[in-house]
Write a new protein. Structure first.
Length: 576
């Protein structure tokens, strides 16, 4: 029984286990309750074993550590790149594991793990791979000096070739010239921190803010910060491609700093965000076009933290010169555990690639206790069985906001219908109520989950099952789904196919009732915390957030203030 394990010990700590072709994957944040499982920023503290997620994966698969044939983890040390130093990193990580796992541990470059998390699930034989994030490991420096920031691959079933890597630039320093490794990931976050007031998630809010603005005012100023050269070269003026947020960005008479983000008007901030988004997308598209010329591939596989930028992905799909775009199901750092496991499974053990997924439900079930605790102010309708879907669809059609906690937990930063908050997409005031519930900026929209066969009726371009790209909404339809449309007429849609067991029946029933083949879908979590894992957590969060109801397995917790819809046809239902 072939068995491989992938581990990520750094932020977004995670585990992926493949046993006889079945994938189990989970993120440590779902047990710790710390978003991204991010530790204090000194080196020793950033290494953290994925203790709970590893224990769950082993238990769910019914195996012991001794049964695992291969263990891989992405390297993340900054410098240097060879010899004794890599052995030291391996030993340090191995010490965090049971001895039977530690003795098998091997290192893979951070960016290669990102690339494998996409390519080996894409179902494509020949693809160009692109990885862009804040920074990877120096283990990937085989192509040239430096540290991974932007990496391109030529990907085949029998080989992984690194064909492009961003090179460092030289800038003046106190002791003479020094190398600086500019990063598009740092560039985007650096600017987002100057535009998004503290308390809001910078990158996610930045995308929505950009959709409000017009790039014309600040286009020239932003383009002066990034130079696009030959052969996909991207040079970012120092320090804007670094983590330096102390230097003011002076444009005209205004100095943009992280301490003054709230001082500028919403219009000014939106216009600068639009220029940042446009400039960022132009740079990434420039690199992708170079990879297409080098590889001749018809598919681009995109991963790394920057692949979470859904507006960028919508542009890449249209403008990069590829026929197809595949964005990794979990393009962020947690996905490197998945990529490491898939690499070991296919390239080390020689096993066939796993099927192309239509979801990412690779984690634990909601795990209810002997009896689900009913929060104060709610009543429980239990043993609903086949009646649950029509009851919830009726509530949603009546513009109620409902939690949906059923089936295995998703892997990755987005709820795809197993740990979700769902709502009718037709009213802007529903969006406003949800933003207040989740304590998000009022301009931020939500994403639609759409029955796949109706996508072309409502959108001019396609989406994907993982909510990773925006699509243009047909103008004649936009007013009917106001809660999920960005100000620029796009929406970050999730396509739901016949293989999606959790959400599809509910979408079909909602479509029958309303004529709308889509629902607003957002993650079930409190502000600043991870997506919730267990039934008890979901019940407690439902009460704290003030949702109208939550479906947990086959039980519906319904707020006392909310009447059952007249046509719910409950029949004999146990209510307590």
């Amino acid at each position: 029984m072939p068995t491989v394990l992938g581990l990520n010990f750094h932020h977004d700590t995670s585990v992926a286990l493949i046993v006889d072709g079945r994938l189990y994957a989970a993120e440590e944040e779902r047990w710790s309750g710390i978003k991204h499982h991010r530790q204090p920023h000194h080196r020793k503290a950033t290494l953290t074993a994925p203790t709970h997620s590893l224990a769950w994966c082993l238990d769910a698969a019914g195996i012991d550590p001794e049964d695992i044939e291969a263990v891989w983890t992405p390297s993340m040390r900054p410098t240097p790149a060879a010899g004794w130093w890599l052995a030291e990193e391996r030993d340090e990580l191995a010490a965090l594991l049971p001895s039977s796992l530690g003795e098998h541990l091997r290192l893979i470059s951070h960016h290669t793990a990102h690339a494998m998390a996409g390519y080996l699930l894409s179902g494509i034989d020949h693809a160009a791979g692109l990885v862009i994030d804040a920074g990877g490991s120096s283990l990937g420096a085989d192509f040239g000096p430096g540290r991974e920031r932007i990496t391109g691959y030529d990907l085949h079933p029998d080989r992984v070739d690194r064909i492009h890597q961003a090179m460092p630039i030289l800038v003046p320093g106190p002791a003479g010239p020094r190398r600086v490794h500019s990063s598009l990931g740092h560039f985007y976050r650096n600017l987002a921190l100057r535009l998004i007031p503290p308390g809001d998630e910078p990158e996610g809010s930045m995308m929505a803010l950009a959709a409000l603005g017009h790039p014309d005012r600040y286009r020239d100023a932003l383009r002066s910060l990034i130079r696009l050269g030959t052969d996909g070269d991207v040079r970012i003026a120092h320090p804007w491609g670094s983590a330096d947020t102390e230097t003011p960005l002076v444009i005209g008479r205004r100095a943009w700093t992280i301490n003054a983000a709230a001082a500028a008007s919403l219009t000014d901030r939106a216009d600068l965000a639009a220029a940042v988004q446009e400039t960022f997308a132009q740079a990434v598209t420039h690199i992708a076009r170079h990879l297409q010329r080098l590889t001749g591939a018809s598919t681009l596989v995109f991963s790394g933290g920057c692949a979470l930028n859904s507006h960028l992905n919508g542009r890449l799909a249209a403008d990069a010169g590829f026929d197809n775009l595949f964005v990794a199901p979990a393009p962020h750092d947690a996905g490197t555990a998945l990529g490491a496991a898939l690499y070991a499974w296919h390239y080390q053990l020689g096993q066939p690639r796993l099927p192309v997924p239509t979801g990412a439900a690779w984690g634990p079930e909601p795990e209810p206790g002997p009896a689900l605790t009913t929060p104060t102010g709610y009543r429980a309708l239990s043993r609903l069985g086949d009646q649950l879907v029509p009851v919830v669809a009726a509530l949603l059609a009546d513009h109620r906001i409902v939690g949906w906690v059923r089936g295995p937990m998703e892997f990755g930063p987005r709820a795809l219908g197993h740990r979700s908050i769902l709502a009718h997409p037709g009213r802007a005031d529903t969006r406003d109520r949800l933003n207040a519930i989740k304590q998000r900026a009022a301009y931020r929209p939500f994403a639609p989950a759409v029955l796949a066969e109706y996508v072309s009726d409502w959108f001019m371009t396609t989406g994907d099952p993982f909510m990773n790209r925006v699509a243009q909404v047909r103008r004649c339809r936009a007013d009917r789904i106001a809660a999920v449309v960005h100000r620029d007429g796009t929406a970050r849609l999730q396509t739901v196919t016949n293989d999606h067991s959790g959400l599809r029946p509910l979408l079909e029933e909602f479509h029958r009732r309303t004529g709308l083949p889509l629902l607003l879908n957002t993650s079930l979590n409190r502000k600043g915390t991870p997506i919730l894992r267990t039934a008890e957590q979901a019940a407690q969060a439902t009460a704290e957030l003030g949702l109208d109801a939550v479906a947990v397995n086959d039980t519906l917790l319904l707020a006392d203030r909310v009447p059952l819809p007249d046509d719910a046809r409950l029949g004999a239902v146990a209510e307590r």
